[in-house]
Design a protein around this ligand. Structure first.
Ligand SMILES: *Cc1c(COP(=O)(O)O)cnc(C)c1O
Length: 468
């Protein structure tokens, strides 16, 4: 570019005030206020000026007002898009930790929203007008469902395990089977949490076999408790042995040692007829006589992120008094959502109302019908050169639970003459709402199990748009 062309182009760049008058831009000023829009305009105009001075041809085409308006509109849209968005989970992974684990039931959403914009009796006794304590708020409801004497709620199950160990075992020994020294999701490792809690790890048995005699031999003056951990995210097959819970409880209680069980997922309903057979059920642990059981609120329980500790009052009370309890306490929104979720269990309607359990319990036949119907509706909207094919596969429970349980499902494979599978994945991810799918052996796969029926229309147009 010649110097005179530069000058001519630079003179064509409009002033900020002129840009502000354009309809799309004026609408942004209306919505978001002037200063943000002005700063975005200034940044763009400077970029165009620099581009022209450096002789970059792409900026020669950028100076027109129509183009500037469109670019600004896109940039403002991107800048103001919320960072946290609802997405369509078409992966078939039900408890997808990266997608926020359990979506809440309608009842839970209602309870949460009922208290969200108002004051609530979080720590206020409505009967007496006295102050009360949030960590006792759901003790009664949890007791009804679990059969527990006492219960409390903390931020997540990792916090629950840590608080239990810190309260009951600091400076003393915690007996754990070597087959249960697990890692859940990267940073949560039983030996590390135990060390940080101030407790001393007393490992017993071997990776695949731990016998009751191994526990017995470990009991001594310094024994604080037996910790039993559900190996949530892996299984050892073959030559294995682990004492039954009642056998362990007998031994422990003969020596007045409490047993703490971290069951992980918070399963409160029998799902064995859907193939979930290896997850411990919280009520069973309480009935068997475990002193404390702890589990997550947002795994198989199907509620908000929380950690629930239930069991005998003797052990719950000191946990409540631990000064660290304050650092793990949860706010009223979580209590609202958790109470709304638990209410479905009390009413015996968990499988009808809690999304995670509904997704687990949909039959393969129903999924096939839904998938066929979906394909029939999608086909006429698919651009030329695209194909969709149905075949059998598996959904997974996820969230570090049920590693062996694969739920039979129908998968939809998307193919396009224009785009490779990973490009299809990226294009679906950039839709609004974003659609997250599964990539397997260079195939773009959708599993309707984790798609809410109410999202199917959005999914349909998202796919049609992404494949254009
Ligand atoms: C998932 C899990 C945890 C951690 O629970 P969060 O609620 O994710 O903190 C701890 N222990 C076991 C056995 C688990 O499965």
């Amino acid at each position: 570019m010649r110097q005179s062309t530069h000058q001519a182009l630079l003179r064509q760049i409009p002033a900020v005030d002129q840009v502000l008058l354009r309809p799309l831009i004026a609408a942004w000023v209306e919505r978001t206020g002037r200063s943000l829009v002005v700063s975005e305009i200034q940044a763009l105009l400077q970029e165009v000026r620099d581009g022209i001075r450096s002789g970059d041809e792409t900026y020669v085409r950028a100076v027109g007002m129509d183009n500037l308006e469109l670019v600004l509109d896109q940039r403002l849209r991107a800048r103001l898009r919320p960072r946290l968005l609802p997405v369509i989970n078409a992966t078939g992974v039900i408890l997808h930790t990266n997608l926020g684990r359990a979506p809440l039931s309608t009842g839970a959403q209602e309870s949460l929203s009922a208290v969200s914009g108002h004051y609530a009796n979080l720590e206020f006794d409505l009967a007496t007008g006295d102050r009360s304590y949030r960590d006792k708020l759901l003790e009664g409801l949890l007791g009804e469902i679990l059969g527990s004497e006492a219960a409390t709620v903390v931020n997540n199950n990792a916090a629950a395990v840590f608080l239990i160990l810190n309260t009951l075992a600091s400076g003393k020994e915690v007996v754990v089977s070597r087959g249960e020294l697990i890692e859940i999701g990267g940073s949560f490792r039983i030996p590390d949490i135990l060390a940080r809690s101030g407790a001393v790890l007393r490992e017993v048995g071997t990776t695949n076999k731990t016998r009751i005699q191994d526990y017995e031999a470990a009991i001594g003056r310094d024994t604080a408790l037996f910790l039993r951990v559900h190996p949530s995210n892996y299984r050892i097959r073959g030559f294995t042995e682990r004492p039954g819970l009642s056998e362990l409880l007998d031994l422990a209680h003969r020596h007045e040692v409490p047993v703490v069980e971290d069951i992980g997922s918070g399963l409160l309903a029998d799902l064995s007829r859907f193939g979930i057979t290896e997850e411990p059920i919280a009520q069973k642990s309480i009935t068997a006589g475990v002193d404390l059981v702890c589990f997550s609120g947002d795994k198989l329980l199907g509620g908000p992120q929380a950690g629930i500790i239930a069991g005998s009052r003797k052990w719950i009370e000191p946990i409540r008094k631990n000064p660290l309890m304050r650092t793990y306490r949860v706010e009223k929104l979580i209590y609202g959502a958790l109470e709304g979720t638990l209410a479905a269990y009390r009413a015996g309607r968990a499988l009808e109302e809690i999304p995670v359990l509904m997704m687990i319990s949909i039959s393969p036949e129903e999924l096939q019908r839904r998938s066929r119907r979906f394909v029939r509706r999608l086909k006429p909207r698919l651009p030329a050169g695209c194909r969709i094919e149905l075949f059998k596969g598996h959904s997974v429970v996820g969230g570090g639970s049920c590693p062996g349980s694969e739920l039979p499902t129908t998968l939809l494979a998307l193919e396009s003459a224009r785009y490779r599978a990973h490009v299809i994945e990226a294009r679906l991810r950039s839709q609004s709402p974003p659609v997250i799918l599964r990539l397997e052996e260079d195939r773009a796969l959708l599993d309707l199990r984790t798609v809410f029926p109410s999202q199917e229309d959005l999914l349909l147009s998202g796919i049609a748009h992404a494949l254009e």
